[in-house]
Design a protein around this ligand. Structure first.
Ligand code: SAM
Length: 256
């Protein structure tokens, strides 16, 4: 079993990860379209080389590959990175992936036109040093004038109200409905919180539960903007979901 608790969390979740979506393929298409628009608006309407450095099982990476980009995936979880390759193959697109920590990316400098880190992956890093290390390495692997795309939960309200649960997500499977929700336990600093990630799976007339645990740093957009500038990026710009079509607030910045 892995020493890194985040890797362990996602290795264990890999087989069930798609169940957090009502319809994972629709999510892939929707997110791919929104990200493609952002990339096209900044880099032009040609195929770009994209690194998704927290690709997971491939939600955004597959969507972008389906839109013609040459996407490489990396992720801390070897199980998730391996599933991303299989899922991409099933859908007829190529997605080479590797298991890697975003703080130490195994790619040469200036290798990519765009680097993506989506769906609240960065807040798994719990210290300013770790966030800085990750953003600095994303900057290193981007070509001059490349594009960073980073999405996180909108934490501003949560930092004020410290919610203890998330809404139920219901996914329909051949075996019946699956329910996913999270219990949040806030640390004394008011910024970090432990998560119990609960999935209820149908088993005849009863439910089987799966509970996995991890920790997040609820970074505000202002905090993250500061980290991105410190790492050497310019033109940090936040895109609201209602404008971008992406389901989370998304930051773009340039490696000029
Ligand atoms: C919420 S999941 C999102 C995955 C993927 N972007 C998607 O939406 O399907 C967060 C991902 O971040 C990855 N992750 C967390 N910490 C990481 C790190 N230090 N380096 C690389 N990946 C990391 C996890 O393994 C997980 O796959």
């Amino acid at each position: 079993m892995s020493e890194n608790p985040v890797r362990q969390f996602y290795d264990q979740l890999t087989a069930d990860y798609h169940l957090i979506y009502q319809d994972w393929d629709a999510g892939i298409a929707r997110q791919g379209a929104a990200l493609d628009q952002l990339i096209t608006a900044q880099l032009g309407a040609t195929a770009q080389t994209v690194l998704d450095c927290a690709c997971g099982i491939g939600t955004q990476a597959i969507g972008l590959a389906q839109r013609g980009h040459r996407v490489t995936g990396s992720d801390l979880s070897p199980a998730a990175a391996a599933r991303a390759v299989r899922e991409a193959g099933t859908r007829g697109v190529a997605l080479p992936t590797t298991a890697a920590d975003m703080r130490q990316l195994p790619f040469r400098a200036t290798s990519f036109d765009a680097v993506l880190c989506a769906d609240n992956a960065l807040p798994h890093l719990l210290t300013a040093e770790d966030v800085h290390a990750a953003l600095t390495d994303m900057h290193r692997v981007l070509r001059a004038d490349g594009l960073l795309l980073l999405s996180i939960r909108p934490y501003e309200q949560a930092r004020l109200t410290h919610p203890t649960t998330t809404p139920l997500q219901v996914s329909h499977t051949p075996a019946g409905r699956t329910i996913t929700f999270q219990l949040w336990n806030w640390h004394a600093d008011g910024q970090r919180y432990d998560v119990e990630h609960v999935q209820l799976l149908p088993e005849g007339d009863a439910w089987t539960s799966r509970v996995r645990r991890t920790t997040y740093w609820a970074l505000t957009r202002e905090q993250l903007t500061g980290f991105v500038i410190d790492a050497g990026f310019t033109e940090p710009t936040w895109h609201r979901p209602e404008d971008s079509g992406f389901f989370q607030p998304l930051l773009t910045a340039r490696s000029r």
